[in-house]
Unconditional design. Sequence first.
Length: 67
Amino acid sequence: MNSSIPTKIVPCPACGGESVYSANNPFRPFCSERCKNIDFGAWASEAFRVPTEAPPEGELFGDPKLQ
């Protein structure tokens, strides 16, 4: 690692602890494999969702019969 490049420390998205944000950290932006897996599990179980409103019937696929 080049000593002239400062090490960037960021908060781990899972636990809030310190995480080294560099190519040397295979789990970045997470601090550990455990935190990475916790986050992945939350996505897989659909605990994380993007809130949206469903479009009115007919506008979903552009069906002209339903508009």
